[in-house]
Design a protein around this ligand. Structure first.
Ligand code: NI
Length: 229
C-alpha cells in the first residue's frame, strides 16, 4: 500500500528543516558509506552526518511530526521508528538506482534493531525546485511515481524494490526512515487500515450507533489477535 501523508510538517517545521538542510555548512557526506552490499553499487547521493547537531535537531523535528499523525498511526501501527536520516540528490550525486532495503537495520541513535516493514520518504524540497528525483516504487500494482509537495510524506511497503530517479536540475532534499509495525503482515495492516478508515467515515456520516461500536470492537479484537507490542 502506498499512502500519501499531506502536510506532515507544519509550515514552521518545514522552514526550520529547510534552513538546516540548505545551510552552507550542512555536513553532507557520500551516501555510499551507509549502503549495504547490493545497494552500494547503485547509490549515488549525499547524506547528512548522523552525529551532527543539525541532524539531531532534524531528527526530533521529524519524529515529533510522525508521532502526532493519526493517519500514519492507523496505516503503519508503529512499534519502533528508525532514526530519520536525511539525504540530498543534486549535482554529481543525484540518483539511487533500483534496490531493496535491508530487512533489519541497526539504528544508531536509538541503538536498536528495527525490522523495516514500512518505508517513509518525507520531502523537504518543493517539486518546482528540481527536475527528476521521483521516487519509483515497484509494487504488486506496477510502478508508482512519487514526487510530493514539501512537507508531505509517502509510506510504502519495506518489501518493495524502489529507486530515486536522477535529479537533472536543482536539488532534492528529503528524509527517509523505516517503521517496524506492531502488525508484521502488510496484508493485515491494510485490512485494519481499511476498516479504521471506513469506521471513521461511517461515524462522520451517521454519528454513533450500536453497530459502529460493535464494528469498532471487531477492529480492536483483530488488532489484539495480530499485534505484537
Ligand atoms: Ni531504499
Amino acid at each position: 500500500m502506498l499512502l500519501h501523508l499531506k502536510n506532515l510538517l507544519t509550515a514552521d517545521e518545514l522552514a526550520q528543516g529547510r534552513a538546516l538542510l540548505m545551510a552552507a555548512d550542512a555536513p553532507w557526506i557520500d551516501g555510499r558509506r551507509s549502503a549495504g552490499e547490493q545497494a552500494v553499487h547503485v547509490k549515488n547521493n549525499q547524506q547528512l552526518v548522523q552525529d551532527s547537531a543539525s541532524a539531531a535537531t532534524l531528527r526530533e523535528l521529524v519524529l515529533g511530526a510522525l508521532k502526532r499523525d493519526p493517519l500514519l498511526f492507523s496505516a503503519a501501527l508503529p512499534k519502533k521508528i528508525f532514526n530519520p536520516l536525511f539525504n540530498r540528490y543534486g549535482d554529481a550525486a543525484n540518483y539511487y538506482g533500483a534496490h531493496v532495503d535491508g530487512a533489519v537495520l541497526h539504528s544508531r541513535a536509538s541503538n536498536q534493531w528495527v525490522r523495516t516493514d514500512v518505508s517513509c520518504t518525507l520531502f523537504f524540497s518543493h517539486p518546482d525546485e528540481y527536475d527528476g528525483g521521483e521516487l519509483l516504487v515497484h509494487d504488486t500494482y506496477g510502478e508508482q511515481r512519487v514526487k510530493l509537495a514539501a512537507g508531505d510524506a509517502v509510506l510504502y511497503p519495506g518489501t518493495s524494490v524502489h529507486e530515486v530517479r536522477p535529479v537533472t536540475r536543482g536539488a532534492r532534499l528529503g528524509s527517509f526512515l523505516w517503521i517496524e509495525s506492531m502488525v508484521r503482515s502488510d496484508e493485515r495492516r491494510r485490512l485494519l487500515f481499511e476498516m479504521d478508515m471506513a469506521l471513521l467515515a461511517l461515524r462522520q456520516r451517521h454519528g454513533e450507533s450500536a453497530e459502529a461500536t460493535r464494528l469498532t470492537g471487531v477492529y480492536h479484537n483483530l488488532l489484539r489477535q495480530w499485534a505484537d507490542t
